[in-house]
Ligand binder design. Structure first.
Ligand SMILES: Cc1cc2nc3c(=O)[nH]c(=O)nc-3n(C[C@H](O)[C@H](O)[C@H](O)COP(=O)(O)OP(=O)(O)OC[C@H]3O[C@@H](n4cnc5c(N)ncnc54)[C@H](O)[C@@H]3O)c2cc1C
Ligand code: FES
Length: 345
């Protein structure tokens, strides 16, 4: 069923197709709607349902507080599919240019390959059959046949040469709904429904500022894409790449890190395992620095003032939140030059 949605404060009604969320319908119509995770966890797409009806994809979504629920008319645009014409009062985004972002589509892809990187992490390659457009650092929602939708970030920039394949670095969460599906059920050759691209923490074109790129765990995926883009766009630019992992064996895709090093990035790795000291695996000679401890502590050790830097950050939500606090409060990072994705898992 197609319905009409009025976003108050924005011009003109928007048509919303069957099974289409308010967020996707609004973005498709070119509205600068606020959002971050597109998967119900962060609350940044919160809006007010003034009239009409919506179906909620995730009724217990963490992005709505108890207070929001008590109010009765608060919704998450990324989790709400209209079932009748409606009016929505949504904040209007101020600042970032959204016109360069590709419109999120729902397309069927096929699993082309799944290569194990560590016992719980794999590189998934999906084939979309036609070239797919996205910005370096963006993510897609992968959807299982029974409706489990989760966000995964592309691990490289889009291929301007028209490649139809996209790679993701995915860690299996024990007992996780999407993890069980992606690691135990999906076979090479199977179809996978994908919605995207989404995300605003992408490589910012045209900036001359030095950049610090920080990845925790599978946050490596978008940070690989962003770092490559920054260096290819401006070969002389100073880019410091910090990779954090729990164990030395979790530092993966050494060939890609070596390539970024060749392109000009200074690459540092941080391993939390205290037994790691002095036991650097083969192939690590390519790194400019390797240390024991939390990646954010190493960034803080290396920099006393980051006020003139662009900072890109991706990884587990707790790590990203702690890093944001430390970088803004203690290292003078400028909030409008911080681009981050919290992997709410
Ligand atoms: C922007 C972004 C990018 C990400 N990129 C990556 C990546 O590149 N690689 C990677 O390994 N992981 C990534 N993640 C994490 C990933 O999306 C999953 O959370 C993770 O794989 C665990 O999912 P699961 O279903 O296996 O676990 P589950 O525990 O089943 O679900 C994980 C989380 O999803 C939420 N959730 C629960 N029920 C629902 C529901 N019905 N609908 C929607 N959400 C629900 C809850 O917060 C839950 O804790 C990213 C997350 C975000 C937000
Ligand atoms: S809850 Fe909708 S964008 Fe995060």
């Amino acid at each position: 069923m197609t319905v009409t949605v009025n976003f108050s404060g924005y011009e003109g009604p928007v048509t919303c197709g069957p099974e289409e969320t308010l967020l996707r319908a609004g973005l498709r119509a070119g509205l600068a709607l606020p959002y971050e995770c597109a998967s119900g966890g962060c609350g940044s797409c919160r809006a007010q349902l003034v009239d009409g009806e919506v179906k909620t994809l995730w009724p217990d979504a963490a992005g709505l507080s108890e207070r929001d629920r008590r109010r009765g008319n608060r919704i998450l645009m990324c989790q709400s599919v209209p079932t009748a014409d409606c009016t929505v009062k949504a904040p209007i985004l101020d600042g970032p240019t959204v016109s360069r972002e590709a419109v999120p589509e729902r397309v069927t892809s096929r699993l082309l390959g799944r290569v194990e990187l560590t016992p719980d992490t794999a590189l998934f390659t999906l084939d979309f059959r036609s070239p797919i457009d996205f910005l370096p650092g963006q993510f897609m929602l992968l959807e299982s046949p029974d409706g489990v939708r989760r966000a995964y970030s592309m691990a490289h920039p889009a291929d301007g040469a028209g490649s139809t394949t996209v790679e993701f670095i995915i860690r299996a969460k024990p007992g996780g709904a999407a993890s069980s599906w992606l690691f135990d059920k999906v076979q090479v050759g199977d179809e996978i429904l994908v919605e995207g691209p989404y995300g605003r923490a992408y490589a910012q074109p045209g900036s001359e500022r030095p950049a610090v790129c920080i990845a925790g765990g599978t946050g490596l995926a978008p940070i690989l894409a962003i770092t490559e883009e920054l260096l290819v766009e401006n070969r002389g630019r100073r880019v410091d790449l910090y990779i954090g992992a729990r164990m030395a064996g979790d530092i993966v895709l050494l060939d890609r890190l070596a390539r970024l090093n060749e392109l000009g990035a200074r690459v540092a790795v941080s391993v939390e395992d205290p037994d790691f000291a002095g036991t650097e695996p083969a192939g690590w000679a390519v790194f400019d620095d390797s240390r024991v401890g939390r990646v954010i502590d190493h960034v803080a050790d290396d920099w006393t003032d980051l006020s003139d830097h662009d900072i890109y950050l991706a990884g587990p939500a707790g790590m990203v939140d702690a890093a944001l606090r430390a970088l803004v409060r203690e290292r003078g990072a400028s909030a409008d030059r911080l681009f981050f994705d919290r992997f709410i898992a």
